[in-house]
Design a protein around this ligand. Structure first.
Ligand SMILES: Cc1cc2nc3c(=O)[nH]c(=O)nc-3n(C[C@H](O)[C@H](O)[C@H](O)COP(=O)(O)OP(=O)(O)OC[C@H]3O[C@@H](n4cnc5c(N)ncnc54)[C@H](O)[C@@H]3O)c2cc1C
Length: 485
């Protein structure tokens, strides 16, 4: 019976970060399971027109892997290439099994290891499991009445069908969040009609992109230059937390007023402007960065439907709206987001004494440092509850989280111990602190409903503070908070 030291579930940046850090710690006996037929996660899957990162690329990348980005906000194809370069440089492809969809994970107390099962009937065993299944990886489509009756083509943004030619077609896009905001300007000039169904408007700020010159790209390849640019971007973005948490007045002054000016400048029609004006504080939902969205929504062949004109029913020929319009369509694009709140892990996890994650999360998802849970020895969640960050790069958080995870694993393996597990009281204290801090933030009191919140009303996606505070918390393991055996 082969027992791995570590099994990583998911091969996106979270899985890559975990694997690279294990390698750097001298731990080579690990393996990665990936449910798709290709590795890489978000940027290899999301190939919709206009897909691009909304955090500056020198920061949205691994701190130890400088890259000669062609522009400040890289587009999907460049992010996919970066991902492929990382997988190949660190020889992660040979460590990955594809088409391995994990469907159950349980702890074997007698053997002190995890048993991991996949859809094809295979079983893997490992002392440690790091779940890197991704916070935005399971697309979700609301159960619209009549959805299955539509006779045209439809797909989710996460699963763009490139063999479908949308040119000259009557297209609806359902949803107006970050992906829709990228797709709308990318396709507007090619389609015959564009119908945008918006539940809630988002705050939009101009996107200050820039193309790097060949000589700037040369500098970007050098570690010290990359580090300096990252630092300047990082600290610029970090100041946003002051507004998100400590001063809604500053938030209004430096962000909301700017976003309002952007709206007024780009949208001249008062009725359309009204529909696009949010009624909550900026930052409560993810801020969209776009200089091309409003002009696309202003085009004569584009129609924006607000929540009063929402979808009553999908029919074989299109959409019937709540105010009785019949919209004839060839294509429906679902830009309706992901199962990101209460169901963040896509398979059952059963730990010691039948304790399950799903049970532990019955009220709302929670974990110590967003990573470990009582009665689940040697199990780690990458980008677990309250590790999301709206103002900076998710990769920064992954690297911080990897400090904690790798130190735990290395300590147990090097000292020939069996398990490390967070104490229930340490998890409880941490979670209480998180939700007490959360009360001060715009995500809790900004007056919106977003995917950052669980059904219980707790904000469970975001870390309520500076990202460097999270890094400080994860820099070294607090052994007093853990049971080691
Ligand atoms: C369209 C889009 C745009 C984004 N833009 C930004 C941005 O601008 N800035 C930012 O900071 N973040 C952004 N994000 C968030 C993004 O999810 C993170 O930045 C990061 O890519 C997450 O990496 P990950 O490895 O955790 O997840 P993913 O990249 O989603 O990787 C998870 C992997 O796990 C696999 N997996 C899932 N379940 C299983 C299973 N049961 N068995 C086996 N394998 C499984 C998946 O197939 C996937 O390959 C964006 C997300 C999306 C979807």
């Amino acid at each position: 019976m082969q027992v791995l030291d570590v099994l990583i579930i998911g091969s996106g940046f979270g899985g890559q970060c975990s694997a690279i850090r294990l390698k750097k710690a001298g731990i080579e006996n690990f393996h990665i399971l990936e449910r798709r037929s290709f590795p890489g996660g978000t940027w290899c899957q999301n190939t919709y027109p206009g897909a691009a990162v909304d955090v500056q690329s020198p920061l949205y990348s691994f701190s130890f892997e400088p890259y000669p980005w062609s522009q400040m906000f890289a587009e999907q194809n460049e992010l996919e290439q970066y991902t492929k370069d990382i997988l190949s440089k660190y020889d992660l492809n040979s460590k990955t099994t594809l088409n391995a969809n994990v469907n159950a994970v349980h702890w074997d107390e007698a053997e002190k290891h995890w048993v991991v099962q996949t859809n094809d009937g295979s079983t893997y065993r490992a002392k440690f499991v790091i779940n890197c299944s991704g916070p935005l990886s399971m697309p979700s489509i609301p159960d619209f009445k009549g959805r299955d009756t539509f006779a045209g083509t439809s797909f989710h943004t996460n699963d763009w069908q490139h063999d479908y030619d949308f040119k000259g077609k009557r297209v609806a896009i359902i949803g107006s969040g970050a992906s829709a905001a990228q797709i709308i300007p990318a396709i507007v000039s090619d389609v015959a009609q564009l119908h945008v169904f918006q539940r809630t408007p988002h705050w939009v700020m101009p996107r200050h992109d820039r193309v790097f010159t060949p000589s700037q790209r040369k500098w970007l390849s050098k570690h010290w230059a990359y580090k300096a640019l990252r630092a300047s971007i990082y600290w610029g973005l970090e100041t946003r937390v002051v507004g998100f948490k400590y001063s809604q007045r500053l938030l209004k002054l430096f962000a909301q007023d700017k976003a309002m000016r952007h709206l007024k400048k780009q949208i001249k029609d008062p009725e359309l402007r009204q529909k696009l004006t949010p009624d909550y504080t900026i930052g409560c939902k993810r801020i969209i960065l776009s200089s091309t969205l409003y002009p696309a929504l202003s085009q004569a062949h584009t129609t924006l439907y607000d929540k009063n004109q929402g979808i009553a029913q999908i029919t074989p020929t299109g959409i019937t709206t709540m105010d009785g319009r019949e919209v004839a369509l060839d294509l429906i694009i679902y830009s309706t987001g992901y199962d990101a709140t209460d169901g963040a892990v896509p398979y059952p996890i059963v730990g010691r004494d039948n304790a399950s994650v799903q049970q532990f999360w019955s009220e709302f998802p929670r974990a110590y440092l967003g990573t470990t849970m009582p009665n689940l020895p040697n199990f780690f969640l990458m980008i677990g509850p309250n590790t999301g960050i709206g103002h900076t790069s998710a990769i920064f958080i992954m690297e911080a989280q990897s400090n904690y995870i790798t130190e735990c694993i290395a300590h147990i393996l090097k000292n020939k111990l069996s398990t490390v597990e967070v104490k229930p009281e340490a998890e409880d204290k941490y979670t209480t602190m998180i939700h007490s801090e959360m009360k001060k933030t715009v995500w809790a009191k900004g007056g919106c409903h977003s995917w950052y919140q669980s059904k219980s009303g707790h904000v469970i996606a975001m870390f309520p503070g500076f990202s460097f505070s999270y890094r400080n918390l994860t820099r070294h393991v607090k052994w007093d908070d853990h049971i080691v055996s």
